[in-house]
Design a protein around this ligand. Structure first.
Ligand code: SF4
Length: 398
């Protein structure tokens, strides 16, 4: 089969994570001897322009839905669907799991894969090629005759991540946002996150997998080290960026990781971490293997508000202590902050500015709050919008 992956790039914070997830799917299909390509797409794309970046005419196009790109993907998928060339359209990715009925209702896709798509996609493509029976494939949803919706159950989560192939890096290598002269190796070593932030899609995925296995999983240190060393042998990367939701910080894992990498084996690298998991020993282990920068979620300056947002207590004292420890280990710290949060008023925004001004972060990354369907904060924001738009409400949005 000739299969194209299309990822609509709306600058989601998880874009590199998605590129690697697609890379794993791509590699699985390549290993099964399918002809596979992957492309980034944007709002500006027509169906033709998007597929013109693929060197063949696909039988199957797989569109990857992250937590933010549904609207853009829907438009691109519609344009692809309207092309004279008939092909099977499949939707995969977190949004397909969070809001499967919305995706199915759009009527654009032939199939939808809920949950982790790795094995399910391979099985589906195999059956399509054989013109076989697709009706029983776990994780696959579709509309059958008489508009009947087939919702096959979820299969268990992949328990051993080492069993998955290493990603094809085509998308990350062709990133149109890449910094010139800073070749970056993007790495993914885990799946899942144990936290439950109210604005994040992760708890929704976690809930949908109840009873299907351990949600937070990590590749073995030797598997990760092997991939790193092989990639670095092939190309002169200037930095490594671990794109996991939260980088694994178990001391046993970190010691194993350090054992497989001699000092100086890695170029400077960075990762996202949870402040409360970083004690002095963890930071020392990270520094030992070349970590130079850590990203932390601060979100807002007010402790109580932060606690409500993150569903856990990341108080400012902990953040300041973490900052001092990181400095001791010559690791810089980037704070991630959200603006335009529901419930945020001028006073809270001022407090965030005050906190950032008086805390010596090495960098600050701002992101405008974007509500994600079905998350507690997304639902709250949608309710507010509805109330503001209803005739009973005196306060109208500008
Ligand atoms: S820590 Fe990050 S990935 Fe985990 S739930 Fe919070 S925002 Fe989501």
């Amino acid at each position: 089969m000739r299969i194209a992956f299309v990822y609509c790039d709306v600058d989601s914070p998880s874009r590199y994570l998605r590129m690697l997830e697609i890379g794993v799917l791509q590699r699985m299909l390549e290993e099964a001897h399918h002809e596979v390509a992957s492309v980034l797409a944007g709002w500006f794309d027509t169906g033709d322009s998007c597929l013109a970046r693929v060197s063949f005419l696909p039988n199957v196009t797989v569109l990857f839905l992250d937590e933010f790109n549904w609207q853009a993907t829907k438009e691109v998928a519609q344009k692809i669907r309207s092309l004279p060339h008939r092909q099977t359209l499949i939707a995969v990715g977190p949004y397909a799991t969070i809001a499967p009925d919305t995706v199915l209702k759009s009527g654009i896709f032939d199939f939808l894969l809920v949950g982790e798509p790795d094995v399910a996609l391979l099985e589906l493509v195999t059956q399509l090629e054989r013109k076989g029976d697709v009706s029983q494939i776990r994780n696959v949803w579709f509309r059958a005759a008489q508009d009947k919706v087939v919702r096959n159950p979820l299969r268990p989560l992949v328990d051993n991540l080492d069993s998955l192939p290493l990603p094809d890096r085509t998308l990350a290598e062709n990133d149109w946002n890449a910094l010139p002269d800073v070749s970056t190796l993007y790495m993914l070593v885990s799946r899942g996150c144990k936290y439950s932030c109210t604005f994040c899609y992760v708890p929704l995925l976690k809930n949908s997998y109840e009873g299907k296995g351990e949600y937070c999983r990590t590749r073995s240190p030797s598997h990760v080290a092997g991939e790193l060393l092989e990639e670095l042998r092939q190309k002169d990367y200037k930095r490594v960026c671990f794109v996991d939701e939260i980088f694994p910080l178990s001391k046993t894992w970190l010691r194993g990781f350090a054992q497989h990498l001699r000092k100086g084996a890695l170029p400077p690298w960075e990762a996202n971490v949870a402040v409360e998991q970083c004690d002095s020993e963890v930071l020392s282990l990270l520094a030992e293997v070349g970590c130079k920068r850590l990203h932390i979620g601060v979100e807002t300056g007010n402790e109580t508000f932060r606690k409500r947002l993150a569903n856990r207590n990341v108080n400012s004292e902990k953040i300041l202590a973490f900052l001092d420890l990181a400095r001791e280990h010559e690791i810089s710290v980037i704070a991630h902050v959200m603006i335009g949060l529901p419930l945020e008023n001028a006073e809270l925004a001022e407090e965030t500015l005050f906190f950032l001004k008086n805390t010596n972060f090495d960098g600050i990354e701002y992101r405008l709050f974007h509500p994600i369907e079905k998350t507690p904060l997304g639902t709250y924001a949608a309710g507010k919008e509805e109330a503001a738009n209803s005739s009973a409400c005196h306060v109208k949005p500008p």
